[in-house]
Design a protein around this ligand. Structure first.
Ligand SMILES: Cc1cc2nc3c(=O)[nH]c(=O)nc-3n(C[C@H](O)[C@H](O)[C@H](O)COP(=O)(O)OP(=O)(O)OC[C@H]3O[C@@H](n4cnc5c(N)ncnc54)[C@H](O)[C@@H]3O)c2cc1C
Ligand code: SF4
Length: 328
């Protein structure tokens, strides 16, 4: 690990000031960033600890929730309003990592955690466009069982690892940001980039810009929502495929459906094609399968991960079936 300075921010202004020099990074729980520093993937000159900033979960005027960036993943999963009104989010958080890591990990850090592509971590022997732009990508012709089937590019086929972000994508969450120039808000679905020609540019975040909060809009249908994560082990493993789903059925017809997928793309994947194939249709196993087929129609398998296409279809259909009380 290269030497670095350390400072603890007392408020947002303090954090922005401390992070104004080049190569300074914010530090949440450190559960991803410190690993990346140990592996010499990242080498910031300084860390600014932002865990002393807002860790409040507050009701908004519109009936949604404002979640401070320093809220720990375990606190968010256990919060009563989240469990009762947004169970998909509580389940996604509890499907991630281990209890110890969830106790340390923050909302801001989870949003910005980096891919688990093993070639990305292998600084000694592997080529990686995300680590070193223009170098090449050893995953494309390497062992790519965990990699993307949707939205990938010839430059990078990595997946986004966060469970929380998949639920936030389905819930139409907004990310609140603060910089020296002022504040702005970005839809969660626009926050992360697909790889394109620049997989090293992962989010819309500008240098020094701080994530201050995530906002969940009021969504009554979200009380009927869930998250299912398919993985190699029952716990402590990243998703092969995951599905976050909100479903509202009225008189046997689908009134509202929001779906997002994890483990399949470089960003949390909002499944808009599937949603279009669900709204206004009867809540049947056939409708659910047709929606899954529509979403995965453009999926492109790599050498080792073709199984994800059928797995994603079956998981979408099963989750929708569970929410509708229909055998899928
Ligand atoms: C063994 C293991 C298993 C795991 N399994 C899962 C899993 O199954 N599912 C899952 O979703 N995650 C999993 N994780 C990842 C874990 O959830 C993340 O490491 C964690 O959420 C990151 O949060 P943090 O607060 O520790 O972030 P940090 O490591 O502190 O920071 C991560 C990034 O966020 C930036 N950052 C932090 N806060 C802010 C802010 N307020 N504004 C701007 N930038 C900020 C940092 O600069 C850094 O770039 C696992 C991790 C480990 C080690
Ligand atoms: S898939 Fe992306 S992260 Fe993995 S080696 Fe290729 S460029 Fe790097």
């Amino acid at each position: 690990m290269t030497p670095f300075t350390f400072a603890r921010a007392v408020d947002e202004g303090d954090a922005l000031r401390l992070a104004s020099a080049p190569a300074i990074k914010y530090l949440g729980g450190g559960t991803n960033l410190v690993d990346l520093m140990r592996e010499t993937v990242e080498h910031p000159r300084g860390l600014v600890d932002v865990t002393g900033l807002s860790d409040a979960i507050e009701e908004t005027d519109g009936g949604g929730l404002m979640i401070g960036a320093a809220v720990r993943n375990s606190s968010l999963a256990g919060h009563r309003a989240v469990r009762e009104r947004f169970p998909v989010l509580a389940r996604a958080l509890l499907a991630g990592a281990s209890a110890q890591i969830r106790n340390m990990a923050t909302v801001g850090g989870n949003l910005l955690q980096r891919t688990r592509c093993t070639y990305f971590y292998d600084t000694d022997g592997s080529r990686c466009n995300k680590r070193q732009p223009g170098q090449g990508c050893d995953a494309i012709h390497g062992f790519n069982r965990n990699h993307a089937i949707l939205g990938a590019s010839p430059a990078c086929v990595a997946t986004h690892p966060s469970d929380m972000c998949v639920a936030l994508a389905a819930l139409d969450a907004t990310v609140h940001l603060q910089s020296a120039q002022g504040s702005r808000s970005v839809a969660l679905t626009d926050f992360h980039h697909l790889p394109g020609e620049h997989p090293e540019v992962e989010t819309v975040l500008e240098p020094g810009e701080l994530v201050t909060a995530i906002e969940l809009p009021a969504l009554s249908a979200a009380a009927r929502s869930t998250y299912r994560k398919v993985r190699d082990r029952a716990s402590y493993a990243f998703a092969l495929v995951s599905v976050a789903a909100v479903l509202e059925v009225s008189s046997g017809e689908i009134a509202d459906a929001r779906l997002a997928l994890g483990g399949v793309a470089h960003k949390p994947w909002r499944a808009q094609l599937a949603e279009g194939a669900l709204r206004g249709r009867p809540a049947t196993a056939e409708t659910f399968r047709a929606a899954a087929e529509a979403e995965l129609a453009d999926a492109v398998p790599l050498r080792d991960n073709g199984f994800k296409i059928e797995l994603a279809k079956r998981t979408i259909a099963a989750v929708l079936g569970e929410l509708a009380g229909v055998e899928a």
